[in-house]
Design a protein around this ligand. Structure first.
Ligand code: IMP
Length: 203
């Protein structure tokens, strides 16, 4: 991988994500700065897959800031639903009558209703995917992807995680991501795998 040193824009307006990435990359001589600190606008996510969406966020930030930039995109892919909601995972949390609220109870119910409509034989297999894109101002880019396989359950269980965590049991486990100790989730998650690949490439 191309050498990375000095300032790196984290193309996210989520402070939690920025803090986590700062802790992770600090030891590699990288100084993360957030897109919010630089007052960079958020581009529209019009890509057709996770890598494209991560790439367009990182590319926009790298071009505007004149610095390397890192962005991520993630979501839940349900096998029997043709990998939906996929890149629309956050959008499925918006109900027609409440456009300003993200309601993951609503999103999980929608996933389960669509699965039930396929009948009892439909596979409950699903995976979370996380894509990372690292873009440089001169046009160079590198991508990393992580994935965790599992099964969907109903009703949702646990309140420790976020998003679709309460309906997702990782392969080989019994607890949902919402019930599990979060340090354990962070060891096995799609995001952890993508970051492990990035950190391995940093050498
Ligand atoms: P984004 O990558 O921040 O745009 O997140 C996309 C959406 O995918 C989130 O709003 C969540 O609904 C879902 N998602 C991504 N990762 C996870 C996870 O680890 N647990 C539960 N839901 C997730």
């Amino acid at each position: 991988m191309r050498k990375l040193a000095g300032r790196l824009v984290i193309a996210s307006h989520n402070e939690g994500k920025v803090r986590e990435i700062r802790d992770l990359l600090g030891p590699y001589g990288v100084e993360p700065v957030s897109a919010a600190e630089l007052e960079l606008p958020e581009p529209e996510e019009i890509g057709v897959d996770f890598i494209e969406n991560a790439d367009l966020k990182a590319r926009a930030a790298a071009d505007l800031a004149g610095l390397p930039a890192l962005a991520d995109d993630s979501g839940l892919c349900v096998e029997a639903l043709g990998d939906r909601p996929g890149i629309f995972s956050a959008r499925w949390a918006i109900a027609d009558d409440r456009p300003d609220v993200r309601d993951f109870g609503h999103a999980m119910r929608r996933v389960w209703n669509e699965l039930e409509a396929l009948g009892p034989e439909a596979s409950r297999s699903a995976h979370f995917t996380c894509a990372l894109a690292l873009c440089w101002p001169d046009g160079h880019a590198e991508w990393f992807e992580g994935r965790v396989e599992g099964m969907l359950v109903w009703p949702p269980r646990g309140d420790k995680g976020f998003g679709y965590d309460p309906m997702f049991v990782p392969a080989g486990g019994t607890q949902t991501f919402g019930e599990m100790d979060q340090a354990e989730k962070h060891r096995i998650s799609h995001r952890a795998e993508a970051f492990r690949k990035l950190v391995a490439a940093l050498g």
